[in-house]
Design a binder for this molecule. Structure first.
Ligand code: ASN
Ligand code: ZN
Length: 356
């Protein structure tokens, strides 16, 4: 029933025209968003603004998925971004780290677009534990930008590796890893390499260092300048949420599990400093360094250090200090102990007030 795959042409919502792999479905006599060339497949379904997840295909007659057809009030073109973003995310993990999909076993990536429990635009995107679902947004634009896709599939990577518990410091790192992968995958998808630029001008102007800059006037988060989005850039610094690890917070839905989307700023900022370098002032009451000046090692190396720490060292209840030790272990095994890479990892952690 499904015949040979073909490269389709997609006028995406956020990234102009992109090439996507689709399948011709002989039963429907249409092309569908089902890429059979990658792992066990990448398939993108249509929830039609319901809270159910049917195997309903987006369909096209000639495999030219044009703006005239899909850029409508329904935001149907968000499906093209979801499909393309899943393809790029798969390619990032395969080509950069030789990881075969989120589970390293070629797990099929299923995305459900127009997901809406209420019938109105759902302002979220989510990895459910087994599939992706995306809202059309109401206060946000459709939540299918490639950084958000990389973030959500990042939760799947975490589930199959460190499996960091979604609360307290471990939860902040679960969120932080997702933001880090969101940034790396946006860089990879849009520029074809990991040569991310420095973001020198506060509040930060480089799109790649923001999460969700396509969705609203203000991005959801800034990786280079977390404070500009109200998130901490140092452990126990300004805006830091008390956690159960080092305070008296009991994690729950009313406190974002003790600030997992907030304290992720610490881990995000560590990754930015390690990657791009930064000269700055520490924003913590207890500081390891008042001022710092770190020379970045670039995203190819920083992402490798982060990934091997997540895959090989961290465990569900790991803390920031465990992540410091894990990333130093990775850097020490890849480079020599007095290398610029080990020095940068050490100093980037000190810059975010972790370690001594
Ligand atoms: N968009 C949220 C996130 O990925 C939804 C969730 O699953 N917590 O952080
Ligand atoms: Zn998340």
């Amino acid at each position: 029933r499904k015949s040979a795959l073909v490269a389709g042409s997609a006028d995406t919502r956020y990234y102009l025209n992109r090439s996507i792999e689709t399948t011709f479905d002989a039963t429907l006599n249409k092309y569908v968003l089902n890429d059979l060339t990658r792992g066990n497949g990448i398939v993108t379904y249509n929830c039609e603004r319901t809270g159910s997840m049917p195997s309903t295909h987006f369909q096209d007659d000639d495999n030219n998925w044009t703006a005239a057809e899909y850029d409508n009030a329904n935001k149907d073109n968000a499906a093209l971004d979801a499909h393309w973003g899943a393809i790029k995310t798969f390619d990032f993990w395969k080509n950069i780290f030789n990881r075969n999909s989120f589970d390293d076993n070629n797990g099929q990536i299923r995305s459900y677009v127009h997901y809406s429990p209420s019938g109105a635009g759902w302002d979220n995107a989510q990895w459910t534990g087994s599939v992706m679902r995306y809202g059309d947004g109401s206060s946000f634009n459709a939540l299918t930008s490639v950084d958000v896709i990389g973030h959500e599939i990042g939760h799947a990577i975490c589930q199959y590796t460190a499996n960091l518990a979604y609360q307290n410091q471990s939860g902040a790192m679960n969120e932080g890893f997702s933001d880090i992968w969101g940034v790396c995958i946006e860089q990879y998808a849009l520029n074809g390499n990991l040569n991310a630029p420095q973001d020198t001008a506060s509040p930060g102007t480089q799109a790649v260092w923001k999460i969700g800059e396509k969705l609203a006037t203000n991005p959801l988060r800034s990786i280079s300048y977390p404070l500009t989005r109200g998130n901490p850039d140092t452990y126990k610094g300004t805006y830091y949420s008390t956690t159960g690890d080092d305070g008296n917070c009991s994690p729950g839905p009313n406190n974002d599990n003790c600030g997992v989307h907030n304290n992720s700023g610490v881990f995000n900022h560590w990754f930015y400093i390690l990657t791009a370098g930064k000269a700055g002032t520490n924003n913590a009451p207890v500081i390891q360094r008042d001022t710092y000046n770190v020379t970045g090692i670039g995203m190819a190396k920083s992402s490798q250090i982060a990934y091997y720490a997540e895959r090989d060292y961290l465990t569900p209840n790991s803390t920031f200090m465990d992540a410091r030790n894990a990333t130093l272990s990775v850097a020490n095994s890849l480079y020599c102990s007095s290398s610029p890479e080990v020095i940068a990892v050490t100093n980037a952690w000190m810059a975010v007030n972790v370690g001594a």
